[in-house]
Design a protein around this ligand. Structure first.
Ligand SMILES: Nc1ncnc2c1ncn2[C@@H]1O[C@H](COP(=O)(O)OP(=O)(O)OP(=O)(O)O)[C@@H](O)[C@H]1O
Ligand SMILES: [Mg+2]
Length: 511
């Protein structure tokens, strides 16, 4: 793509330092974004990417350094100031208001007014409709945000950025909660923005999309800039090496284990709304994968098994041959079945509490001596699992809300696996987790399987499933459409069943 040596960047950061307590989150960091380019910012969990974004959008004040907008040094005291300088961001944690409508969310902070000074709702509604159309979201602007799916909410955040008419649009892991369909739409929007001469900063842990969408890359490690260049002149291998500072194996550490007797048997599960006639058997020490597009019903099935679904269902669940009539999620947990949800921010961690409390809480009863909590056992457990999942933090006493996004996710994984369950249901376990830590997560799962854990693995990443699973069940539109055993895994076939390009396989006998 274009070389920008001679043009003034839309925004330029130089010598930025940001220190939180004792944590040096940005060290002498620099970064430039030019008009008409998509820059991918990559780095490990905790590398400082989101901190950089927040510094660029007035949410954090740097301890030192310079920010220039179109060549002019500026101070971005607030998000509003940043927005007035033409910089807007879609943050990793969406900062939208669930109880408000789409219009209100889009225009909050920069409403359209009539000459009289009154709010011009009609204008805002029609403008909102235009922006929704641009992001291909076919809903009424008056819809409340909480009525939308996570992916749709993200599209609203993007519509909001468009409404601000920004020159620089920053997207912090925008695709983490989108379906593949929505991701394609987002790529088109990004390309359009670039062609309009906007500068886009794009953060992602997925290399396929970095190579697909970016013109230039910038790599951060431990809060510092380590390199940049044109995407066309770099390989994935080089990028990973720059990010991690060492070679990383991308092999999935599936280990040969002897699959045992049936453990969790699910028969004819239907709830009339989200899924129909789902039957499968998870064996001891087996990793059973679930593949499908977002909306295929995989997470909904898992939530039903965990007694977390708002809808009643029919069908049977047996654990170790015994009917499981779990009324609440706690019953399943007591029976040894735990669930690591996909939406970890809302369902996973208790943000104000420390890493230690988050990891130890579900295991407190097991660790207690009589009625007395065993604090030192809790600390050891948190330390052990923190190490296993490579949680990056100053100490295990740090509140989880101060951790980077990916590290928060590792805490949730650690918390449930630390309970020493018989069955774990993991939903998108490595989403938002960097390459290095990803293999740590896979390694940890494989090791626990060796020690008798059985796993239901829901993932939208086919390489992860094909690497880890013994069998893969493909779901589409709420039904099981195919099943593959490890010997006949085929990426093309699995994808074809998931998208409906192939008709469902004839039903198999339920074990
Ligand atoms: N509000 C805060 N208080 C204390 N420490 C913080 C705060 N925000 C971030 N940090 C620390 O700053 C460092 C950089 O975090 P940041 O969120 O920028 O990482 P990231 O590159 O976005 O990672 P991820 O890929 O996991 O999202 C981390 O060590 C994090 O713990
Ligand atoms: Mg982040």
């Amino acid at each position: 793509m274009a070389v920008h040596e001679n043009t003034t960047p839309l925004v330029e950061l130089e010598g930025i330092n940001k220190i939180f307590g004792g944590i040096h989150a940005l060290r002498d960091a620099h970064c430039r974004i030019h008009a008409g380019e998509v820059v991918a910012l990559v780095g490990e969990n905790g590398a400082g990417k989101s901190t950089l974004v927040k510094t660029m959008t007035g949410l954090y004040q740097p301890n030192s350094g310079t920010i220039r907008v179109k060549g002019q040094a500026v101070r971005l005291a607030t998000a509003k100031a940043a927005s007035e300088y033409g910089i807007t961001a879609i943050h990793q944690e969406t900062t939208l208001f669930e109880e408000l409508s789409i219009v209100e969310n889009i225009f909050m902070g920069h409403p359209r007014t009539k000459p009289s000074g009154l709010l011009d709702w009609a204008a805002m509604r029609s403008e909102a409709r235009e922006h929704l159309e641009r992001v291909n979201l076919d809903v009424e602007p008056t819809t409340l945000l909480k009525q939308l799916s996570l992916g749709q909410q993200h599209m609203v955040a993007i519509a909001r950025a468009l409404a601000e008419a920004a020159d620089v649009v920053i997207m912090d892991e925008p695709t983490a909660s989108l379906s593949s369909n929505e991701i394609e739409k987002l790529y088109v929007i990004i390309e359009k923005l670039r062609d309009l001469g906007k500068g886009i900063l794009f953060i992602s842990h997925k290399f396929d999309e970095v190579f697909r969408i970016a013109d230039r890359y910038v790599v951060f490690r431990d809060g510092a800039f380590v390199g940049d260049g044109n995407i066309a002149e770099v390989t994935e291998h080089d990028l990973v090496k720059m990010m991690v500072g060492r070679e990383v194996g991308t092999v999935f550490p599936k280990r040969a284990v002897e699959i045992g007797a049936p453990l969790l048997e699910v028969a004819s599960l239907s709830n009339g709304i989200e899924f129909k006639d789902v039957s499968f058997t998870l064996h001891k020490r087996e990793i059973l994968g679930f593949y499908g597009l977002v909306g295929a019903g995989r997470s909904e099935v898992m939530r039903a098994i965990m007694a977390l679904s708002p809808y009643p269902f029919t069908g049977q669940i047996r654990l170790d041959g015994v009917p499981a009539n779990w009324k609440i999620c706690g019953d399943a947990i007591d029976a040894g079945v735990v669930y690591v949800p996909e939406d970890r921010r809302n369902q996973g961690a208790i943000l104000p509490l420390s890493i230690r409390d988050n990891i130890a809480l579900p295991s407190m009863k097991r660790l207690a001596r009589g009625i007395w909590p065993d604090k030192s056992a809790e600390r050891r457990l948190a330390q052990e699992y923190g190490r296993v999942f490579e949680i990056r933090a100053a100490s295990i006493e740090q509140p989880v809300e101060d951790l980077s996004g990916g590290n928060q996710q590792k805490v949730v994984l650690a918390r449930w696996l630390a309970t020493n369950p018989d069955v774990v249901i993991v939903d998108e376990p490595t989403r938002g987790i960097d390459v290095g830590a990803k293999s740590a997560v896979h390694e940890a799962l494989a090791e626990m399987v060796e020690q008798d854990l059985s796993v239901l693995l829901v993932s939208s990443e086919l390489p992860e499933l094909m690497g880890m699973a013994d069998r893969i069940i493909v779901m589409r539109l709420g039904e099981m459409v195919a099943e593959f055993t490890r010997d006949d895994f085929s990426a093309e076939l699995i994808a074809a069943y998931a998208t409906g390009a192939r008709a469902p396989q004839p039903a198999r006998e339920v074990a």
